[in-house]
Design a protein around this ligand. Structure first.
Ligand SMILES: [Zn+2]
Length: 338
């Protein structure tokens, strides 16, 4: 079978490897769809996940759905033919993030498989490509849950790649009406409008202070005029975004951080203190899979519009290029099309 692995910096290959065979507590899943994640691109650039004990070469892919083909004798509750969503964090070897397995593969071994931890059943009627959105949408959902907005919260989402778009979708579903999306890509902003952003701003072109004052009203902070935004979400990962937010924020605004900043970012802790800002981190999805699966089951069009490109596994390198070019929504690798 084929398996995508990282052999070194900017050296990603589709290898021919033996099909996995499950131990008594494992299952094997035939992959149907696996999304390209921003972190996949970062790992390729770095030559791997950079964690201690990383598998080498490092298998890639973690946003996957598929059908169970083999079940170990001691596994309970999972059966052959079951359509499942993979939880890459719910296995002993974090799938596609440095562990020994990756989901850009014809077949994926799930070690110590447990229903509702390492795999979740796909609800009836939900297509498997939509099911592969559960992982990134759970990252977005956890960010929104951590921020805890009310319906009247004025929100700004910086960076509307797939996860930022997911946040726009979940905010809207939570009843938040006043969502502003900010991105450098007009294409992405158009998608954000479709998913519920009331206004969009082009980063680097529009005057953030003037536009946010117009959209969210003028507010005060102890150091002077500020914008009326209640919650700022950082899905962009550009250091300037953090600096801008702390500068613009009103008294007691919240800055919710999901983006990974690999380098330290200089932040005025003085401003954080005097403005009494809340700086909240959000990582992964400790509890969000069940609620995301339940919601997605009833969201045909919105969820499917998150997928901007669908490519067969034989066009894997093209899928990476598409995601790397920017402007895309979720790039989905679909195995049935190869
Ligand atoms: Zn991901």
């Amino acid at each position: 079978m084929k398996l995508v692995t990282i052999h070194g910096a900017n050296d990603v290959r589709v290898d021919e490897v033996a099909e996995p065979s499950p131990g008594p507590r494992d299952v094997v899943v035939r992959i149907a769809a696996c999304g390209v994640c921003g972190s996949d691109l970062t790992f390729i650039k770095m030559g791997g996940a950079g964690i201690p004990g990383m598998a080498s070469p490092m298998p890639l892919g973690h946003e996957a759905s598929g059908v169970v083909t083999r079940v170990g004798s001691e596994v309970k509750g999972i059966h052959e033919g079951m359509r499942v969503i993979v939880n890459p964090m719910g296995t002993p070897h974090i799938i596609g993030n440095g562990g020994t397995e990756g989901a850009f593969a014809d077949f994926l071994l799930i070690r110590d498989a447990e229903l509702d931890r390492s795999v979740y059943e796909v609800p009836e009627g939900m297509p498997l490509d939509r099911a592969a959105l559960v992982e990134p949408l759970s990252v977005a959902r956890h960010g929104v849950n951590r921020a805890g907005p009310g319906a009247d919260s004025r929100c700004v989402v910086f960076g509307v790649g797939p996860i930022g778009l997911g946040a726009v979708m979940w905010l809207k579903r939570r009843g938040v009406g006043d969502i502003v999306a900010v991105d450098i890509s007009e294409e992405r902003l158009e998608r954000a409008r479709q998913l519920g952003a009331a206004h969009t701003l082009v980063a680097g072109r529009d005057d953030l202070r003037a536009e946010l004052t117009r959209l969210h009203g003028e507010a005060r902070s102890v150091v002077g005029p500020a914008v009326g935004t209640d919650i700022f979400f950082d899905f962009a990962g550009a250091p300037q975004v953090v600096t801008d937010i702390i500068d613009l924020a009103k008294q007691r605004a919240t800055l919710l951080m999901v983006a990974i900043h690999p380098q330290p970012v200089p932040v005025s802790l003085e401003m954080l203190v005097v403005k009494e800002l809340s700086l909240v981190g959000s990582c992964g999805y400790p509890d969000e899979y069940p609620e995301v699966i339940a919601d997605l089951a009833s969201m045909d069009d919105e969820a499917d519009s998150l997928i901007s490109h669908r490519l067969g596994f034989d066009r894997f390198h093209e899928a990476l290029e598409t995601a790397r070019a920017g402007g895309s929504g979720k790039v989905m690798v679909e195995f049935s099309r190869t």
